[in-house]
Design a protein around this ligand. Sequence first.
Ligand code: MG
Length: 419
Amino acid sequence: MTAEPLTWLQRHPEQRLAPWAAWDEHSRGRRFAEAPPRLRGQFQRDRDRIIHSTAFRRLVYKTQVFVNHEGDLYRTRLTHSLEVAQIGRTVAQSLGLNEYLVEAVSLAHDLGHTPFGHAGQDALNACMRDYGGFEHNLQSLRVVDELEEKYADFQGLNLTFETREGVLKHCSVRNARRLGELGQRFIDRTQPSLEAQLANLADEVAYNNHDIDDGLRAGLLDMDALQEVVLFRREYETVRAAYPRLQGRRLIHEIVRRMIDSMVGDLVTNSSLRLFDAAPADIAAVRARQAPLIGYSEEMAGHIRDMKRYLHEHLYRHYRVLRMTTKARKVVQALFEAFFTEPRLMPDEHAGHAADWEAADGADGRARAVADYIAGMTDRYAITEYERLTDPRRTPGGAGPPAAAADRCGGQTPPRPCR
Ligand code: MG
Protein backbone atom coordinates (compact mmCIF):
# COMPACT_ATOMS: atom_id res chain seq x y z
CA MET A 1 0.00 0.00 0.00
CA THR A 2 1.38 3.41 -0.94
CA ALA A 3 1.67 6.08 1.71
CA GLU A 4 -0.99 8.78 1.68
CA PRO A 5 0.19 12.05 0.15
CA LEU A 6 0.67 14.95 2.55
CA THR A 7 -2.10 17.51 2.54
CA TRP A 8 -1.58 21.26 2.24
CA LEU A 9 -2.07 21.62 6.00
CA GLN A 10 0.57 19.01 6.76
CA ARG A 11 3.06 20.62 4.37
CA HIS A 12 2.35 24.22 5.33
CA PRO A 13 0.93 24.29 8.86
CA GLU A 14 1.89 27.97 9.16
CA GLN A 15 0.06 29.11 6.01
CA ARG A 16 -3.70 28.77 6.21
CA LEU A 17 -4.53 29.47 2.57
CA ALA A 18 -2.96 27.78 -0.46
CA PRO A 19 -2.43 29.85 -3.63
CA TRP A 20 -5.43 28.08 -5.21
CA ALA A 21 -7.82 29.15 -2.45
CA ALA A 22 -10.32 32.01 -2.56
CA TRP A 23 -8.43 34.88 -0.96
CA ASP A 24 -10.40 37.87 0.29
CA GLU A 25 -8.22 40.24 -1.71
CA HIS A 26 -8.96 38.41 -4.96
CA SER A 27 -12.72 38.48 -4.51
CA ARG A 28 -14.68 39.69 -7.49
CA GLY A 29 -16.64 41.81 -5.05
CA ARG A 30 -20.25 42.53 -4.21
CA ARG A 31 -23.07 43.75 -6.43
CA PHE A 32 -23.26 47.01 -4.44
CA ALA A 33 -19.95 48.45 -3.24
CA GLU A 34 -19.47 48.42 0.53
CA ALA A 35 -16.61 49.34 2.85
CA PRO A 36 -14.63 46.22 3.82
CA PRO A 37 -15.59 44.67 7.17
CA ARG A 38 -13.57 45.94 10.13
CA LEU A 39 -13.27 42.82 12.26
CA ARG A 40 -13.98 39.97 9.83
CA GLY A 41 -13.01 38.73 6.42
CA GLN A 42 -15.32 39.15 3.41
CA PHE A 43 -16.56 35.55 3.52
CA GLN A 44 -17.06 35.65 7.29
CA ARG A 45 -19.32 38.62 6.67
CA ASP A 46 -21.23 36.58 4.07
CA ARG A 47 -21.61 33.69 6.50
CA ASP A 48 -22.88 36.00 9.24
CA ARG A 49 -25.43 37.62 6.92
CA ILE A 50 -26.71 34.18 5.94
CA ILE A 51 -27.07 33.09 9.56
CA HIS A 52 -29.02 36.27 10.36
CA SER A 53 -31.36 35.86 7.37
CA THR A 54 -35.03 34.93 7.69
CA ALA A 55 -34.71 32.17 5.10
CA PHE A 56 -32.03 30.49 7.21
CA ARG A 57 -34.29 30.32 10.26
CA ARG A 58 -37.05 28.77 8.17
CA LEU A 59 -34.80 25.82 7.28
CA VAL A 60 -35.48 24.33 10.68
CA TYR A 61 -39.08 23.66 9.63
CA LYS A 62 -38.33 22.33 6.16
CA THR A 63 -38.16 18.69 5.18
CA GLN A 64 -35.00 16.90 4.22
CA VAL A 65 -36.52 13.46 3.54
CA PHE A 66 -38.96 13.11 6.42
CA VAL A 67 -41.63 15.76 6.81
CA ASN A 68 -40.76 17.99 9.71
CA HIS A 69 -43.56 16.88 11.99
CA GLU A 70 -42.92 13.14 11.59
CA GLY A 71 -40.46 13.14 14.44
CA ASP A 72 -38.16 15.42 16.37
CA LEU A 73 -34.98 13.50 15.68
CA TYR A 74 -34.85 13.49 11.89
CA ARG A 75 -32.69 15.85 9.91
CA THR A 76 -34.27 19.03 8.72
CA ARG A 77 -32.79 21.36 6.11
CA LEU A 78 -31.20 23.33 8.94
CA THR A 79 -29.37 20.45 10.61
CA HIS A 80 -28.48 19.14 7.14
CA SER A 81 -26.91 22.50 6.23
CA LEU A 82 -24.93 22.54 9.50
CA GLU A 83 -23.59 19.06 8.80
CA VAL A 84 -22.56 20.12 5.28
CA ALA A 85 -20.73 23.14 6.69
CA GLN A 86 -18.95 21.07 9.32
CA ILE A 87 -17.76 18.44 6.83
CA GLY A 88 -16.80 21.12 4.33
CA ARG A 89 -14.71 23.07 6.83
CA THR A 90 -12.70 20.02 7.86
CA VAL A 91 -11.81 19.22 4.27
CA ALA A 92 -11.15 22.89 3.46
CA GLN A 93 -8.56 23.11 6.24
CA SER A 94 -6.70 20.08 4.97
CA LEU A 95 -6.58 21.38 1.40
CA GLY A 96 -5.62 24.96 2.24
CA LEU A 97 -9.00 26.29 1.08
CA ASN A 98 -10.96 29.14 2.58
CA GLU A 99 -13.08 27.61 5.35
CA TYR A 100 -15.26 30.68 5.68
CA LEU A 101 -16.28 30.58 2.06
CA VAL A 102 -17.08 26.86 2.23
CA GLU A 103 -19.10 27.52 5.36
CA ALA A 104 -21.02 30.41 3.77
CA VAL A 105 -21.87 28.38 0.65
CA SER A 106 -22.85 25.33 2.72
CA LEU A 107 -25.17 27.29 4.97
CA ALA A 108 -26.80 29.05 2.02
CA HIS A 109 -27.03 26.19 -0.46
CA ASP A 110 -30.59 25.14 0.45
CA LEU A 111 -32.11 28.53 1.28
CA GLY A 112 -34.31 28.36 -1.80
CA HIS A 113 -35.75 24.95 -1.06
CA THR A 114 -39.51 24.62 -1.10
CA PRO A 115 -41.44 22.94 1.71
CA PHE A 116 -41.58 19.12 1.52
CA GLY A 117 -38.12 18.53 0.08
CA HIS A 118 -37.72 17.34 -3.48
CA ALA A 119 -41.38 16.48 -3.84
CA GLY A 120 -42.24 20.14 -3.22
CA GLN A 121 -39.60 21.34 -5.64
CA ASP A 122 -40.75 18.97 -8.39
CA ALA A 123 -44.38 19.97 -7.88
CA LEU A 124 -43.58 23.68 -8.01
CA ASN A 125 -41.42 23.19 -11.07
CA ALA A 126 -44.31 21.42 -12.80
CA CYS A 127 -46.68 24.28 -11.89
CA MET A 128 -44.15 26.80 -13.25
CA ARG A 129 -43.48 24.92 -16.49
CA ASP A 130 -45.10 27.56 -18.70
CA TYR A 131 -43.73 30.48 -16.68
CA GLY A 132 -39.98 29.99 -16.65
CA GLY A 133 -39.78 26.92 -14.37
CA PHE A 134 -38.53 26.61 -10.81
CA GLU A 135 -35.00 25.48 -9.87
CA HIS A 136 -34.13 25.41 -6.20
CA ASN A 137 -30.50 26.45 -6.81
CA LEU A 138 -31.66 29.47 -8.70
CA GLN A 139 -34.18 30.19 -5.96
CA SER A 140 -31.40 30.07 -3.33
CA LEU A 141 -29.63 32.74 -5.35
CA ARG A 142 -32.85 34.71 -5.64
CA VAL A 143 -33.26 34.58 -1.86
CA VAL A 144 -29.79 36.01 -1.17
CA ASP A 145 -29.89 38.48 -4.09
CA GLU A 146 -33.47 39.72 -4.04
CA LEU A 147 -35.88 38.32 -1.49
CA GLU A 148 -34.22 38.97 1.86
CA GLU A 149 -35.13 42.44 3.10
CA LYS A 150 -32.67 43.38 5.81
CA TYR A 151 -30.44 46.23 4.79
CA ALA A 152 -31.17 49.90 4.23
CA ASP A 153 -28.91 50.25 1.20
CA PHE A 154 -29.78 47.26 -0.94
CA GLN A 155 -32.18 44.41 -1.66
CA GLY A 156 -30.99 40.96 -0.57
CA LEU A 157 -27.84 40.20 1.39
CA ASN A 158 -25.32 41.67 -1.09
CA LEU A 159 -22.98 38.67 -0.79
CA THR A 160 -19.65 38.32 -2.58
CA PHE A 161 -19.44 36.92 -6.09
CA GLU A 162 -17.70 33.82 -4.68
CA THR A 163 -20.51 32.90 -2.28
CA ARG A 164 -23.15 33.51 -4.97
CA GLU A 165 -21.12 31.42 -7.43
CA GLY A 166 -21.10 28.54 -4.92
CA VAL A 167 -24.82 28.79 -4.21
CA LEU A 168 -25.60 28.48 -7.92
CA LYS A 169 -24.57 24.83 -8.11
CA HIS A 170 -26.52 23.93 -11.25
CA CYS A 171 -28.25 26.08 -13.77
CA SER A 172 -29.77 25.54 -17.19
CA VAL A 173 -28.00 27.32 -20.05
CA ARG A 174 -31.20 29.24 -20.74
CA ASN A 175 -31.24 30.67 -17.22
CA ALA A 176 -27.44 31.12 -17.21
CA ARG A 177 -27.77 33.57 -20.12
CA ARG A 178 -29.88 35.86 -17.97
CA LEU A 179 -27.40 35.85 -15.09
CA GLY A 180 -24.48 37.69 -16.69
CA GLU A 181 -21.02 36.94 -15.28
CA LEU A 182 -22.40 34.56 -12.66
CA GLY A 183 -23.95 32.33 -15.32
CA GLN A 184 -21.00 32.44 -17.70
CA ARG A 185 -19.38 29.23 -16.47
CA PHE A 186 -22.44 27.15 -17.39
CA ILE A 187 -22.13 28.45 -20.94
CA ASP A 188 -18.32 28.07 -21.11
CA ARG A 189 -18.42 24.75 -19.21
CA THR A 190 -15.71 25.85 -16.82
CA GLN A 191 -15.42 25.44 -13.06
CA PRO A 192 -16.27 27.49 -9.98
CA SER A 193 -13.85 28.00 -7.05
CA LEU A 194 -12.52 24.95 -5.23
CA GLU A 195 -14.57 26.00 -2.21
CA ALA A 196 -17.76 25.77 -4.31
CA GLN A 197 -16.69 22.36 -5.67
CA LEU A 198 -16.07 21.20 -2.12
CA ALA A 199 -19.37 22.44 -0.69
CA ASN A 200 -21.13 20.49 -3.42
CA LEU A 201 -19.43 17.23 -2.38
CA ALA A 202 -19.77 17.93 1.35
CA ASP A 203 -23.52 18.15 0.66
CA GLU A 204 -23.41 14.66 -0.82
CA VAL A 205 -21.35 13.17 2.03
CA ALA A 206 -23.79 14.66 4.53
CA TYR A 207 -27.05 13.55 2.94
CA ASN A 208 -26.01 10.03 1.95
CA ASN A 209 -24.92 9.30 5.48
CA HIS A 210 -27.65 11.03 7.39
CA ASP A 211 -30.32 9.56 5.14
CA ILE A 212 -29.05 6.09 6.07
CA ASP A 213 -29.10 7.09 9.73
CA ASP A 214 -32.62 8.56 9.51
CA GLY A 215 -33.84 5.69 7.33
CA LEU A 216 -32.73 3.14 9.92
CA ARG A 217 -34.23 5.21 12.72
CA ALA A 218 -37.57 5.35 10.89
CA GLY A 219 -37.47 1.61 10.25
CA LEU A 220 -37.58 2.11 6.47
CA LEU A 221 -34.09 0.71 5.99
CA ASP A 222 -32.85 -2.54 7.37
CA MET A 223 -29.32 -3.28 8.62
CA ASP A 224 -29.17 -6.74 7.07
CA ALA A 225 -30.41 -5.58 3.69
CA LEU A 226 -27.98 -2.65 3.76
CA GLN A 227 -25.09 -5.12 3.60
CA GLU A 228 -25.63 -4.89 -0.14
CA VAL A 229 -23.99 -1.46 0.00
CA VAL A 230 -20.21 -1.96 0.05
CA LEU A 231 -19.48 1.18 2.06
CA PHE A 232 -21.96 0.13 4.73
CA ARG A 233 -20.89 -3.50 4.82
CA ARG A 234 -17.21 -2.63 5.18
CA GLU A 235 -17.74 -0.46 8.26
CA TYR A 236 -20.39 -2.81 9.67
CA GLU A 237 -17.88 -5.66 9.63
CA THR A 238 -15.15 -3.54 11.22
CA VAL A 239 -17.42 -2.39 14.04
CA ARG A 240 -18.85 -5.88 14.56
CA ALA A 241 -15.35 -7.34 14.85
CA ALA A 242 -14.21 -4.70 17.34
CA TYR A 243 -17.44 -4.55 19.39
CA PRO A 244 -19.32 -7.87 18.98
CA ARG A 245 -21.96 -6.95 21.57
CA LEU A 246 -22.73 -3.48 20.31
CA GLN A 247 -26.35 -2.95 19.23
CA GLY A 248 -29.03 -0.43 18.41
CA ARG A 249 -28.33 3.29 18.04
CA ARG A 250 -24.67 3.03 19.05
CA LEU A 251 -23.99 0.38 16.46
CA ILE A 252 -25.62 2.50 13.76
CA HIS A 253 -23.75 5.62 14.80
CA GLU A 254 -20.40 3.82 14.89
CA ILE A 255 -21.00 2.62 11.33
CA VAL A 256 -22.23 5.97 10.00
CA ARG A 257 -19.39 7.97 11.54
CA ARG A 258 -16.89 5.58 9.97
CA MET A 259 -18.58 5.87 6.59
CA ILE A 260 -18.31 9.67 6.78
CA ASP A 261 -14.66 9.32 7.78
CA SER A 262 -13.84 7.02 4.87
CA MET A 263 -15.53 9.31 2.32
CA VAL A 264 -13.89 12.42 3.75
CA GLY A 265 -10.50 10.67 3.90
CA ASP A 266 -10.78 9.60 0.27
CA LEU A 267 -11.88 13.09 -0.76
CA VAL A 268 -8.91 14.74 0.97
CA THR A 269 -6.36 12.25 -0.37
CA ASN A 270 -7.57 12.29 -3.94
CA SER A 271 -8.10 16.06 -4.08
CA SER A 272 -4.61 16.64 -2.61
CA LEU A 273 -3.11 14.49 -5.34
CA ARG A 274 -4.97 16.35 -8.05
CA LEU A 275 -4.19 19.78 -6.59
CA PHE A 276 -0.45 19.24 -6.19
CA ASP A 277 -0.35 17.70 -9.64
CA ALA A 278 -2.22 20.52 -11.38
CA ALA A 279 -0.85 23.22 -9.05
CA PRO A 280 -3.21 25.98 -10.20
CA ALA A 281 -1.51 29.34 -9.60
CA ASP A 282 -4.60 31.02 -8.25
CA ILE A 283 -8.41 30.99 -8.25
CA ALA A 284 -8.50 32.28 -11.84
CA ALA A 285 -6.53 29.19 -12.95
CA VAL A 286 -8.99 26.98 -11.03
CA ARG A 287 -11.95 28.64 -12.74
CA ALA A 288 -10.47 28.27 -16.22
CA ARG A 289 -10.37 24.47 -15.96
CA GLN A 290 -12.85 22.20 -17.71
CA ALA A 291 -12.94 19.56 -14.96
CA PRO A 292 -13.16 19.86 -11.17
CA LEU A 293 -10.08 19.31 -8.99
CA ILE A 294 -12.00 18.36 -5.87
CA GLY A 295 -13.23 14.79 -6.08
CA TYR A 296 -13.09 11.18 -4.90
CA SER A 297 -10.98 8.34 -6.23
CA GLU A 298 -12.70 6.37 -8.98
CA GLU A 299 -13.25 3.48 -6.62
CA MET A 300 -14.96 5.63 -3.99
CA ALA A 301 -17.02 7.45 -6.64
CA GLY A 302 -18.31 4.05 -7.80
CA HIS A 303 -19.21 2.98 -4.25
CA ILE A 304 -21.07 6.25 -3.68
CA ARG A 305 -23.02 5.81 -6.91
CA ASP A 306 -24.08 2.36 -5.69
CA MET A 307 -25.10 3.78 -2.33
CA LYS A 308 -27.20 6.47 -3.96
CA ARG A 309 -28.88 3.92 -6.20
CA TYR A 310 -29.72 1.84 -3.14
CA LEU A 311 -31.14 4.83 -1.26
CA HIS A 312 -33.15 5.86 -4.26
CA GLU A 313 -34.76 2.49 -4.56
CA HIS A 314 -35.21 1.58 -0.91
CA LEU A 315 -35.63 4.88 0.90
CA TYR A 316 -36.74 7.69 -1.39
CA ARG A 317 -39.18 5.36 -3.13
CA HIS A 318 -40.30 3.56 0.00
CA TYR A 319 -44.08 3.48 0.11
CA ARG A 320 -44.20 5.49 3.31
CA VAL A 321 -42.04 8.22 1.80
CA LEU A 322 -44.07 8.12 -1.43
CA ARG A 323 -47.31 8.58 0.51
CA MET A 324 -45.84 11.66 2.10
CA THR A 325 -44.55 13.04 -1.21
CA THR A 326 -47.90 12.43 -2.89
CA LYS A 327 -49.65 14.47 -0.24
CA ALA A 328 -46.98 17.16 -0.50
CA ARG A 329 -47.44 17.42 -4.26
CA LYS A 330 -51.16 17.87 -3.79
CA VAL A 331 -50.67 20.67 -1.28
CA VAL A 332 -48.19 22.57 -3.48
CA GLN A 333 -50.34 22.16 -6.60
CA ALA A 334 -53.48 23.32 -4.82
CA LEU A 335 -51.72 26.35 -3.34
CA PHE A 336 -50.28 27.35 -6.69
CA GLU A 337 -53.57 26.99 -8.49
CA ALA A 338 -55.49 29.01 -5.91
CA PHE A 339 -52.97 31.85 -5.69
CA PHE A 340 -52.28 32.04 -9.40
CA THR A 341 -56.01 32.19 -10.18
CA GLU A 342 -56.59 34.82 -7.52
CA PRO A 343 -53.36 36.48 -6.31
CA ARG A 344 -55.32 38.58 -3.83
CA LEU A 345 -55.74 35.42 -1.73
CA MET A 346 -52.09 35.91 -0.78
CA PRO A 347 -51.04 38.27 2.02
CA ASP A 348 -50.80 41.92 0.84
CA GLU A 349 -47.06 41.98 0.30
CA HIS A 350 -47.12 38.98 -2.04
CA ALA A 351 -50.32 40.09 -3.77
CA GLY A 352 -48.58 43.42 -4.37
CA HIS A 353 -45.61 41.70 -5.98
CA ALA A 354 -47.95 39.67 -8.17
CA ALA A 355 -49.69 42.85 -9.42
CA ASP A 356 -46.42 44.75 -10.01
CA TRP A 357 -44.62 41.91 -11.71
CA GLU A 358 -47.62 41.01 -13.82
CA ALA A 359 -47.74 44.61 -15.07
CA ALA A 360 -44.08 44.33 -16.07
CA ASP A 361 -43.85 40.73 -17.17
CA GLY A 362 -47.34 39.33 -17.78
CA ALA A 363 -48.35 35.90 -16.51
CA ASP A 364 -44.69 34.98 -15.87
CA GLY A 365 -44.44 37.79 -13.33
CA ARG A 366 -47.63 36.78 -11.57
CA ALA A 367 -46.50 33.15 -11.43
CA ARG A 368 -43.08 34.15 -10.06
CA ALA A 369 -44.67 36.02 -7.16
CA VAL A 370 -46.75 32.94 -6.34
CA ALA A 371 -43.69 30.67 -6.57
CA ASP A 372 -41.70 32.96 -4.24
CA TYR A 373 -44.51 32.87 -1.69
CA ILE A 374 -44.86 29.08 -1.81
CA ALA A 375 -41.10 28.39 -1.85
CA GLY A 376 -40.69 30.50 1.28
CA MET A 377 -43.21 28.44 3.25
CA THR A 378 -42.22 25.91 5.89
CA ASP A 379 -43.88 22.46 5.73
CA ARG A 380 -46.23 23.37 8.52
CA TYR A 381 -47.17 26.76 7.10
CA ALA A 382 -47.93 25.22 3.69
CA ILE A 383 -50.28 22.68 5.28
CA THR A 384 -51.99 25.40 7.30
CA GLU A 385 -52.42 27.60 4.22
CA TYR A 386 -53.88 24.63 2.35
CA GLU A 387 -56.41 24.09 5.13
CA ARG A 388 -57.34 27.75 5.24
CA LEU A 389 -58.08 27.67 1.53
CA THR A 390 -59.95 24.39 1.37
CA ASP A 391 -61.65 23.84 4.71
CA PRO A 392 -64.73 26.06 5.11
CA ARG A 393 -64.60 25.60 8.88
CA ARG A 394 -61.19 27.29 9.10
CA THR A 395 -61.08 31.05 9.61
CA PRO A 396 -59.60 32.74 6.54
CA GLY A 397 -56.92 34.57 8.52
CA GLY A 398 -55.68 31.24 9.68
CA ALA A 399 -56.42 31.38 13.40
CA GLY A 400 -55.99 28.03 15.03
CA PRO A 401 -52.93 26.16 16.07
CA PRO A 402 -50.65 25.05 13.22
CA ALA A 403 -49.56 22.13 15.39
CA ALA A 404 -53.06 20.66 15.16
CA ALA A 405 -52.83 20.71 11.38
CA ALA A 406 -49.43 19.10 11.53
CA ASP A 407 -50.64 16.34 13.80
CA ARG A 408 -53.47 15.44 11.53
CA CYS A 409 -51.08 14.97 8.64
CA GLY A 410 -48.70 12.79 10.63
CA GLY A 411 -46.66 10.61 8.32
CA GLN A 412 -47.21 7.45 10.31
CA THR A 413 -50.94 7.37 9.57
CA PRO A 414 -52.48 5.76 6.49
CA PRO A 415 -52.66 7.94 3.41
CA ARG A 416 -55.36 10.55 3.32
CA PRO A 417 -55.36 14.08 2.08
CA CYS A 418 -53.93 16.72 4.39
CA ARG A 419 -57.12 18.29 5.66
MG1 MG B 1 -28.26 19.94 0.47
